[in-house]
Write a protein that binds this ligand. Structure first.
Ligand code: 2BA
Length: 109
């Protein structure tokens, strides 16, 4: 058995939930925050059999889009904030950041 942990953008969350449910995957969603953008994203926990991992990855791939986002960098530490004009930079976010973990045991009581 494997645990798939997928960090996706909030915008893709409902679509991905529906697609996974349609294909009989069981999911748990967590509201999370990215360490770089400090914005909300959604983390899916998907427990599945080894042979189902590829199907789950296809569904994630097909339902999560890459988007460009503008980020205003925070002001430099110790610098004079008055003269600092933040220049937004473009970063590419998503589609999904996926980790696959082996599961030792699975219980439901
Ligand atoms: P964030 O940490 O908010 O990162 C959002 C996007 O900002 C990233 O998109 C990446 O394009 C960019 N970015 C992140 N760190 C950067 C840096 N030091 N310099 C320049 N650009 C940077 P993604 O790579 O698609 O990541 C989307 C979200 O997935 C991340 O949100 C984070 O919540 C999660 N994530 C990504 N890699 C991870 C990892 N190795 N471990 C845990 N979570 C991860």
């Amino acid at each position: 058995m494997k645990m798939i942990i997928a960090v996706v953008q909030d915008k893709d969350s409902n679509r991905l939930t529906d697609a996974l449910a349609e294909n009989d995957f069981k999911t748990t969603k967590l509201s999370t925050t990215g360490g770089f953008l400090r914005e909300g994203n959604t983390t899916f926990m998907i427990g599945c059999e080894d042979g189902e991992v590829d199907d789950a990855l296809d569904i994630i791939r097909n339902n999560c889009s890459q988007r460009e986002q503008m980020v205003a960098p925070i002001s430099p530490m110790g610098g004079n904030a008055d003269s600092y004009i933040p220049k937004p930079v473009k970063v590419e976010v998503g589609g999904a950041t996926v980790f696959i973990l082996p599961i030792d045991s699975f219980f439901q009581f």
